[in-house]
Design a protein around this ligand. Structure first.
Ligand code: ADP
Ligand code: MG
Length: 991
């Protein structure tokens, strides 16, 4: 066998120094030896003696030993408990199941890495659920709780029923939380030593706890240790979307989708016609050898309707054309003539830059009243003009500014609606990104293919899709509480995670969570064979090849698991297989309930299973013994499960996840990805080069090309997309961090109020704050009251405190600001005491607290809304060369200060307004009623929609992660105009 020098060198270097992971793991070897030595000694203990270890450990922790000190013993005890349970059986998810697991050394390594607060990358089938029991047991010994987070309710329950026996055997309590659980049950679950649940349950409980009026209604008790299973799915994929608890927006629905729909529809229709003509013309020119002209037309078509079927077909059957288009494009960009390309189009879609815009041409074809909508004035300029108009009185200015602002908002709403409709029509396809079921538009999760019930695209896109599909346009809801998973999990004192696929995202885990990824060696060597990609020109050829391969393997009896990127592809393949009479299971968004069952059976003789990419994550695929020896290719190691990927995913991680379904625990198996030049990833990045190679090699219709070079080129493309997606997620997080800091302050304030006997001190502080505010506004800090606007001050004071004051002439001439401050505080406090004296003290305290809490909640809700608007506004206005994030932070800070001030004054107002004994009794009765509702019927909460919408929190923001298209990318006034004119934005479309 030939080996290149480079190879040889790198191999021998690795041998001497070992890779970083190997070195990391080497340092653990002595601990493993120690665990195993202690373990050997444990077999002589009686059952009671073994069980007594748990209280012993607890005592030693109390006496000052650390978790690290007792780790070897604790892990040995778990291992011994496992050994003693072997042969016992119990019911797991309705099936009698026999325990047969004693942790392997590799599993002990993983367990140590997890205790240390890292991510353990352990391949699928390595037994991560068992690994988790050790760090959970150890960390729960502190009595502060240990949380295990996994991806769905099914796995939560399975793992507790199966592995929970270990904790129980050793005397620790374990419980799980699922949706539809009462507050009492939840409290019990969180009160257990170890709590299992999904990320959503944990996150929503946190938010709900911070909405409760009584401390008794809170269910969580701190954030000690969290172990996240399938950590990449939770912290990378799911983390893109914030958790939101929301209720319907008050007031009327202002959207204008119905109004804008006909206009958008007609543009889409006209553009489709126009592009079809251009493509036909291009084809004719190509036949005549007029290539450059054809390239021009194709470039136009691509910018007009990038997903046009005919265009995609033409490009893939003629790989050279892509290069041609790029060449034309770069020339036009260079000569700053892109406007010429776009001038006939009505709207321009730039897939690579995620922008979508109406053109001047569209404007010119509109009726005047329609065009009027799309011409937005520079709001700041207009407002400041009015401000400086000396012919207007102050009142008139305010009126006029109000009117202009309202008009502006209405127009913006319409433009926004039209843009979202355009997206809905051109970039979203039914049964791909969404399905329509029971009159509702439901999002299909791009990773799992599952329907994401209750979730909505943010920023009005969902409403646009509802308008497009002629179903009821649902009301937008208002956020009442929100947090991103990132910020939720960062609250834990210690966080760790495990998955089969973390390494490719190691940078992100480190930068965002300070989590290190440690790759744990597999228990048995992996023998799975991963083939090079099979590349075809068109999707059709690719699907045919896939079906051929499936038929061939199926005739031999080898099981096949086909991973698809969308429900649509699943169904296409399913139809094709049906036609060929091949029996198979399809697992798609429309029937995810049997998911676990079907996937578990995917290793049976002759099984053909089609599933969207990550469906059934966490489900074990056991091979039926006979399939191990079915050889399908002569050079192949024995058979087992064959994985067929129907497309490469944007992230390498997802592809690795799919491959990893085969070859568990040293099982035989293989994986093969089928690609075509029409695939999204190929289309957007890198298909030109591959097309060139195919051309050179003279690849014919229906022929396949496989080459390491292609596989590597695709890898590179994926890396680029991964980096881009990471940048987007990081950007979102930066925005969220602003709000997170604010949320922490408000929640602290809230919790302090919730958990204190009396909030009187807090109220006194608020009085002082409000008085300071007033003095700030009505005095200038120097001089005496006679110089200040005392009438204004008295009015303002009266309207907040519902009591008034007056100064003697003497005071008017001698008081400093400080003296006035003391005087006002004394008046306010004694007035408050006087009014309060008529009320029983416990009911007073109760009411003060409730009023304070509800006031905080009300203002926080409004604050969230304002922050939303702010984010959006920053996107709309464009800030010249200023960094929008900095602006957001700055304005967000001011908004927050206003909110905090408003909380103080409204609380005082509510408390003081009618401080009569009768009203107090009544308020108290109402609050008790409200609180008891919250306690007994949890459904009251589920009446709020729990959802995580796409994109950044909460709801709207300048940039979107989930949707392919970014909304209203803010264009700096001095940036080049996106229309391609080469002029500055402010001198062109931004005029
Ligand atoms: P992963 O989550 O790593 O994909 P699972 O926790 O689902 O793996 O376990 C995969 C399979 O391996 C399960 O059937 C489990 O019973 C089995 N298993 C795990 N650890 C052991 C062990 N130490 N000995 C025997 N079987 C084990
Ligand atoms: Mg698992």
């Amino acid at each position: 066998m030939a080996i290149s020098i480079g190879d040889f060198l790198s191999k021998s270097l690795t041998r001497v120094f070992g890779s970083k992971h190997e070195r990391d793991i080497k340092t653990l070897t002595p601990i493993i030896e120690e665990i195993n030595k202690i373990y050997e000694g444990l077999s002589s203990l009686s059952e009671d003696e073994l069980k007594a270890k748990t209280p012993e450990f607890r005592q030693r922790l109390e006496d000052g030993e650390t978790l690290d000190d007792i780790l070897p013993e604790a892990y040995a005890v778990v291992k011994e408990a496992c050994r003693r349970m072997v042969g016992q059986s119990w019911i797991v998810m309705g099936h009698e199941t026999e325990w047969n697991m004693v942790p392997f050394d590799c599993q002990l390594i993983g367990a140590i890495v997890l205790h240390q607060g890292n991510i353990a990358e352990m391949a699928t089938g390595e037994g991560k659920s068992l690994v988790a029991t050790m760090p959970l047991y150890l960390n729960a010994l502190t009595g502060k709780g240990a949380h295990f987070i996994t991806v769905n309710d099914y796995l939560v329950q399975r793992d507790v029923e199966w592995y929970g026996k270990i904790y129980e055997y050793l005397g620790l309590s374990v419980a799980f939380i699922t949706s539809n659980m009462s507050i009492l049950a939840r409290q019990a679950a969180y009160g257990s030593d170890i709590t299992y649940g999904t990320n959503n349950e944990f996150g929503f409980d946190y938010l709900r706890d911070n909405m409760s009026i009584r401390p008794e209604d809170q269910v969580q008790r701190g954030f000690n240790y969290a172990l996240v299973d399938e950590v990449d799915s939770v912290l990378v994929d799911e983390a893109r979307t914030p958790l939101i608890i929301s209720g319907p927006v008050g007031g009327s629905n202002t959207h204008k989708y119905e109004e804008m729909k006909p206009l958008v529809q007609s543009f889409v229709r006209d553009q489709t016609k126009l592009v079809s003509k251009k493509i036909a013309e291009a084809e004719r020119l190509l036949n005549d050898g007029e290539n450059y002209e054809a390239g021009l037309l194709l470039l136009q078509s691509q910018r007009g309707t990038p997903k046009n079927k005919r265009l995609m077909k033409l490009l893939s059957s003629n790989p050279e054309l892509k290069k041609l288009i790029m060449k034309v494009e770069s020339e036009y960009i260079r000569d700053k003539r892109m406007t010429e390309i776009d001038e006939e189009l009505l709207f321009v879609i730039d897939e690579r830059n995620h922008t979508i815009n109406f053109t001047d041409r569209a404007l010119s074809t509109m009726r005047p009243e329609e065009r009027e909508i799309f011409v937005l004035p520079d709001l700041n300029e207009v407002l400041s003009e009015i401000e400086h108009d000396d012919t207007l009185s102050t009142d008139d200015k305010a009126l006029k500014q109000d009117e202009i602002t309202r008009e502006f908002a209405l127009k913006s709403e319409k433009i926004h609606n039209a843009n979202q409709l355009l997206r809905a029509y051109t970039l979203f396809e039914k049964d791909q990104q969404y399905v329509v079921q029971d009159g509702k538009v439901m999002i299909v999760d791009e990773f799992t293919g599952r329907l994401m019930s209750g979730r909505r695209y943010s920023d009005g896109l969902h409403q646009a899709l509802e308008a497009k599909e002629n179903v009821t346009i649902e009301q937008e809801t208002q956020t009442m509480a929100t947090i991103t998973l990132q910020n939720y999990f960062r609250m834990y004192d210690k966080l760790s995670g495990m998955t089969g696929t973390a390494e490719t995202e190691a940078t992100e885990f480190w930068e965002i969570y300070k989590l290190d990824v440690v790759v744990i060696p597999t228990n048995r060597p992996i023998v799975r064979r991963d083939y090079d990609d099979q590349v075809y020109r068109t999707r059709r050829e690719k699907y045919n090849a896939i079906v051929d391969r499936i038929r061939y393997l199926n005739e031999l009896g080898r099981p096949v698991l086909v991973g698809t990127v969308s429900v649509d592809v699943s169904e296409t393949l399913s139809r094709m297989l049906k036609r060929q009479g091949i029996r198979h299971e399809v697992l798609n968004a429309k029937q995810h309930k049997r998911e676990a069952e079907i996937v578990a059976n995917a290793g049976r003789h002759g099984a053909v299973t089609i599933a969207t990419n990550m469906a059934g994550r966490g489900t074990d695929i056991k091979l039926e013994p006979v399939v191990r020896d079915i050889k399908s290719d002569e050079h192949e190691i024995p058979g087992g499960l064959q994985i067929i990927g129907t497309e490469r995913h944007e992230a390498r991680r997802i592809d690795r996840q799919l491959r990893g379904r085969s070859g568990r625990q040293g099982d035989p198996g293989s994986s093969m990805f089928y690609l075509s030049l029409e695939d999204d990833l190929m289309r957007l990045f890198g298909s030109e080069r591959i097309a060139g190679v195919m051309e050179r090699l003279g690849v014919e219709e229906g022929e396949v090309i496989t080459h390491g070079m292609i596989t590597r080129a695709i890898d590179r493309a994926q890396k680029r997309v991964e980096a881009q997606n990471f940048a987007i997620r990081k950007h979102l997080l930066e925005y969220d961090n602003v709000m997170n800091a604010q949320r922490e302050i408000i929640y602290d304030m809230r919790n302090a109020a919730l958990n204190s006997e009396s909030v009187r001190d807090r109220i006194n502080e608020m009085m002082e704050d409000v008085i300071d505010e007033l003095l700030n506004e009505y005095t200038d800090g120097r001089g005496v009251p006679a110089d200040w606007d005392m009438d204004g001050l008295i009015t303002a004071f009266t309207s907040t405190f519902f009591m008034t004051f007056s100064l003697t002439e003497d005071q008017e001439l001698t008081f400093s600001v400080e003296a006035l401050r003391d005087y006002l505080i004394k008046i306010a406090k004694s007035g408050y005491d006087h009014k309060a004296s008529g009320i029983k003290s416990d009911s007073l305290a109760w009411n003060e607290r409730v009023i304070l809490l509800t006031t905080i909640d009300q203002h926080w809700k409004e604050h969230l809304y304002e922050m939303d608007q702010l984010k959006e506004g920053i996107g709309l206005r464009g800030y010249g060369q200023k960094d929008p994030l900095v602006e957001y932070k700055r304005e967000g800070y001011v908004t927050f200060q206003n909110t905090v001030a408003a909380i103080s004054s409204s609380t005082l107002k509510s408390i003081l307004k009618g401080l009569t004994a009768a009203q107090y009794e009544q308020a108290q009765r109402q609050e008790v009623l409200k609180a008891s509702n919250a306690q007994t019927s949890h459904e009251d909460y589920s009446a709020y929609e729990e959802k995580s919408v796409s994109g950044p929190s909460p709801g709207r923001a300048p940039q979107k992660a989930q949707t392919i298209v970014r909304t209203d990318r803010k264009i700096g006034r001095n940036e080049l105009c996106p229309c391609g004119s080469g002029k500055k934005y402010k001198q062109c479309c931004g005029k």
